[in-house]
Ligand binder design. Sequence first.
Ligand code: ADP
Length: 506
Amino acid sequence: MKRVSRRAAHYIRDELLKRERFIVIALNSGHKIVSVNRSDPDWNLPGLIRGSVLPDSLVSLLDAASDASEPTVFPYVELNDFFVDIHVLGDRESADLVIHDVSTDHHNEQILQQRAHENSLLSEQRAALNSELTELNQELFLRRRQAEKASAAKSRFIASMSHEFRSPIASIMGYADLLQTELPDSNNPQALQRASWHLLTLVENLLEQAREGKENISLNPTRFSLDRLAGDIEALFRPQSTTKGLAFEVKSSPVGIEVECDELRLRQILINLVSNALRYTRQGLVSVHFIHRDDNLYIRVRDSGRGIAAGDIDRIFEAFTRVGEDTTSGAGLGLTISRQLINRMGGHLKVESEPDVGSEFRVVIPCPSTQAKPGEMPSLSGTVLWVDDDPDILSLYQVILENWGLRVITASSVAQARDLFNSNDCPLVVTDIHLMDGNGVELFSHLKVQRPDIMGIVISGSGVVDLTEEVAGEGIRTFLQKPIDAEVLYKEIAAAFAGDQPEHTF
Ligand code: ADP
């Protein structure tokens, strides 16, 4: 460094002395203190008094620095609660000690070290947390994949189970209908019908609950007679009310109208509500009233049963939740499903109840009406190829269609259907979608290549899979769900042979 002027040197010294604390000690050869100069008159260290001998602790530093030609610095020496740098200048004969108070620097340095230590601990913790988070994310991802796979497997299982359930129920119901015509005075067909409707409703409840993306369920509105629906409900539940000794009343007004909504769903709702009313009522009355007004169907199911406590009213709509004394069987699903269905149909369900007095469930569903036409089924003519791998369904619909005057050719597989189609003139093909050796829609497309003017009706027993897209564009007239409503089927077939444009072409 270049030499500075004496004036600048003095200035620097004075500035330094203002900020820093120094003690400068001059010693003689016997380590006796000859002079003590302090930059700060308030700062002194014990034992550093002119005329006294240097304390032993500092003498040892002098010894360590002896013979050094350059000044020696001993940093951060702890002296009476202070940290000081001690500079030794000179030799044994006459030495100067410059003691510089660096306590603040030392303190700051310690804080810095502490912070650095804390920071490194924090970084270690963060790194550990990050790796834990990564593991958790991976686990979450795996679990979600597993859940998605399980859910997809569940949906496939439900779809195939529903098919398995619906087909036999459909054939029980169809035969019960036939028996009813053959044996109008017997109770047996009614018992069969009742049992199958209950089975069907239970299956539908479970399917509904298990179904993914509940809002996507497609409704299947059909026209039906309100009187017939009321009559069916009466016939279904009359035996149960008689056994329990309950008065049972079903009324509908106005008489003689047809309404249009999803009849299967409506029956499901009614069966849930009416069977609850009968199950939770020991004595008195259960009544079901249907009123159609201004394109709305109002249904009131009233009972004089055990009622529901005010605090439980909301809970009864929660899935798998049952309230009150648990003496009756039930899965706690009926009301949950009924409310979901009613909401889906654009309506709402309300309940009023008083414990030990009774309950009233009120449903409103938008449902346009038309005046009923005389319910005759004029004879039809034509040939239908019916394809289903369930032999009971085949013989059931063979009887029904032949009763309507049609010629029916039945096939139980895709292969047989193709053979029979080749050897017969079949303008209308009715096929189940799931066949043992193939798919009904593909079969129809194949046959249509051979004969472009054929008409098709596809039937499915699966309530889960939406077939709209699958059958779209295939030229299929309509798609019906099992169990098939005989009146709807008659109308579809009659319309097909009359050359009417399909109402629900996809
Ligand atoms: P489940 O009847 O199979 O248990 P629901 O969802 O149909 O399932 O009904 C849920 C609960 O609501 C029932 O457990 C019952 O406690 C109560 N509940 C439903 N309907 C009635 C009724 N009409 N009277 C009294 N309690 C009822």
